[in-house]
Each structure stands twice: as structure tokens, then as C-alpha cells.
Design a protein around this ligand. Structure first.
Ligand SMILES: [Zn+2]
Length: 244
């Protein structure tokens, strides 16, 4: 009987307390909910398209454009680059690598542009958000990468009204009618992403670019050796040698 109780308790704890990635997302969503009424936010939208799934943490539809926000629950020092395949978290000397969230979010932008193609060329603005405890050690020229406390300011810098109330409403309808939420959808998505990652590792070990299939070439960089795509600059895939 006691064992049954423990199992039930463990399951309850597992579902009740979200992991740190989820917690970070919920704190960001909280910030977005506090924006003025002209900003409409959608949390955790999952889209399925031709067997491929796309999960977007937050989408904000506003008169100023559509913001696509990727949240990362990392703390410590964050080192990255706009094109490098993996970024590094360094916390008390312990290094963890993670997939470049700018590239990840660019995929989300491409998907949304496709989904919203009937509206013409609407501005879609990608933003990557880290915990307030993270120190972002890289400067980014072409992308917005901010701590949570700077997120609202980053969004409100956009002041040109480009979408009418009617178009915004239609955009929200298209997003909501094409996405789903729920934990089974999420599990399916995670499996999908892991398969894709495994395939990409296999490609790199075989000397092939996972993005375009061209050969990889070993190059010497300021921060160490890396494999780059031989199809550069058409394809900007690169990965640090030590990450292979
Ligand atoms: Zn390539």
C-alpha cells in the first residue's frame, strides 16, 4: 500500500513541478501576459507539417508585427555565435553545449512565414530570451538575444504600426487553428527532434553537411578548429571540431 502511495506521489510531483526549461518559459509567458492589450500572446504552439513538427515557445501578434520568442532556461555564462551550430553554457567551469537558439528560432520564423504566406510580407521578429541569471558573453549584431528582464523593452522598441486589427485577428485564427497543445503532442515532438539530431550527428561524422549534404572541410578559426560547409557562403553550417 505504501509503495503504491509513493508511486502516486512520484507521478504527482513529476507532473506538478515543471523542469527548469518549462519554468523559464512560464516566467517569460508571465512577462508577455503583462504587455498592453494590443499584444496578443500564444504560449507553446505545436505545428505538424509533413511529418515534421515545429514547436514555438511564444508567439506575440501585435500591430507592430509578429514576435517569435525562443526561451532558454540556462544560467551562467553563455557563449555563442550567430552561425555556429552549438553554443556553450559555462557555469562554475562546468561546460554544457546546446543547439544554437538563433538557428532554431530562424526555423520557427521560416515555418510561420510559410503558414502566414497569404498575408503577404508581414514582419516576423525572432527573439531569444535567457534567464535573468544568465550572462550573455557574445555580442549579436543581427539578432535579438536578451535576458528576461529586457524582453518587454526589446518588443516595445518596434513602434511602426504595420498590421491592422483585422489582419491581426486573422493571423491569430490561422495560428490557433493550425496548432495543438498537450503533453502527448509535446512528447511526439521531442522524439522527432531527437531523431533529427541523431541524423545530423551521423552526417557530420560521415563528413557531410547536415543542412545541404555538401562535403565538410576542416578549417582553422580564431577559437579553434571547426568543420565548415564546402558550399559556404551559400550554406553557413559550421561546427566546432571538439563538438563532433
Ligand atoms: Zn551545407
Amino acid at each position: 500500500m505504501f509503495v503504491v502511495f509513493l508511486v502516486v506521489l512520484a507521478i504527482a510531483v513529476y507532473f506538478y513541478f515543471p523542469n527548469k526549461g518549462k519554468r523559464a518559459e512560464m516566467m517569460v509567458q508571465n512577462k508577455l501576459n503583462n504587455l498592453p492589450d494590443e499584444y496578443f500572446s500564444i504560449y507553446n504552439a505545436l505545428f505538424e507539417n509533413n511529418g515534421r513538427s515545429t514547436q514555438i515557445d511564444h508567439i506575440v501578434v501585435s500591430p507592430y508585427g509578429v514576435f517569435v520568442i525562443e526561451t532558454k532556461g540556462y544560467k551562467g555564462w553563455i557563449y555563442g555565435g550567430e552561425n555556429v551550430e552549438y553554443w556553450t553554457q559555462n557555469i562554475y567551469g562546468k561546460k554544457t553545449r546546446f543547439y544554437n537558439p538563433i538557428i532554431q528560432n530562424e526555423g520557427h520564423v521560416r515555418f510561420l512565414s510559410y503558414l502566414l504566406r497569404d498575408f503577404g510580407n508581414i514582419p516576423i521578429i525572432p527573439i531569444v530570451v535567457f534567464n535573468n541569471e544568465a550572462t550573455i558573453k557574445t555580442e549579436f549584431e543581427n539578432h535579438i538575444v536578451v535576458n528576461r528582464k529586457r524582453l518587454k523593452r526589446a518588443i516595445r522598441r518596434y513602434r511602426n504600426e504595420v498590421l491592422s486589427a483585422e489582419v491581426q485577428k486573422k493571423i491569430i485564427d490561422v495560428i490557433e487553428s493550425n496548432s495543438r497543445t498537450g503533453s502527448s503532442a509535446e512528447r511526439h515532438h521531442i522524439r522527432n527532434v531527437r531523431n533529427r539530431e541523431r541524423q545530423s550527428v551521423r552526417d557530420v561524422r560521415n563528413g557531410k553537411c547536415p543542412r545541404c549534404g555538401s562535403d565538410l572541410v576542416l578549417r582553422r578559426g580564431k577559437y579553434g578548429d571547426f568543420y565548415g560547409c564546402s558550399n559556404y557562403p551559400n550554406c553557413r553550417f559550421l561546427i566546432n571540431k571538439r563538438d563532433v
